[in-house]
Design a protein around this ligand. Sequence first.
Ligand code: AMP
Length: 304
Amino acid sequence: MSLLVVGSVALDNVETPFDKIENALGGSSTYISLSASYFTAPIYLVGVVGEDFPKEHIDLLQRFGIDITGLEIIEGGKTFRWGGKYHYDLNVRDTLFTELGVFENFDPKIPESQRNPDFLVLGNIDPALQLKVLDQIESTKFIVCDTMNLWIENKLDELKEVMKRVDVLIINDSEARLLTKEPNLIKSARMIREMGPKYLIIKKGEHGALLFSEDKIFSAPAYPLESIFDPTGAGDTFAGGFAGYLDSTDDLSFENIKRAVIYGSTMASFCVEKFSVQRLTELTKLDIRERFLEFLELSRFNEK
Ligand code: AMP
């Protein structure tokens, strides 16, 4: 078992209708690796931060057993910063600012000893960088990829190259529609799978997620949370739980991929309960297992 994660490591300012936080630990690879760390090891994180990145955040990643040999710290550089503001409808988010800092010249370098991971998770970064990562991988069993509207709108050619080389693409419903210009999600999913990925997961926020393979569809419910505090990182946390669970089982059957979708949803449901990565740092394996079992009950019914 081994899982390599490449993505952003960030300092986030987040405003919700309830509260706000500044300089919180964020970034796609942070959420992915913390989430996956409840399932598998070793986890290798490749990314970049500046000299301003607080040591306490490095310590936190290491406390969760995450190998940060591939995390570059650029002297005199500034860490990637992102600011977001959520509306009363927490599905609506405005990006307040994006300061690329050291991310602007990020050239991912995978340490030699990490070029044969069992699982590779390409967090949401420029698809040109995702291609650079793929070119350095010597062998792997399974590649999970996330992306966002920014790249669909601005780097479509590179994204299409990435899609030909990954096993699972994870996107949300609006991104699927944007990518295919097709409003019907089932048709859209078929079109996306024809672009390359064997499996596609379409997340629908508080309405759950759909998993598509060549001939099967699985619909996962969303966990009915009464208070959602901060949705930041939910998608990345989903990807981390999904990939971490699969890596821990060495079973790539459709039935097991369905379970992985539920573990991804379980982890995402925890993530949104508190600001930043806080909730992801205080879970026990029992908390996760119990909520996973609650998911079973949510949609189980008898024929008669
Ligand atoms: P999510 O809520 O899943 O979209 O993920 C939010 C995280 O993504 C935040 O912690 C941000 O720091 C990070 N992020 C936002 N925009 C970008 C971007 N353009 N590239 C890489 N990471 C980003």
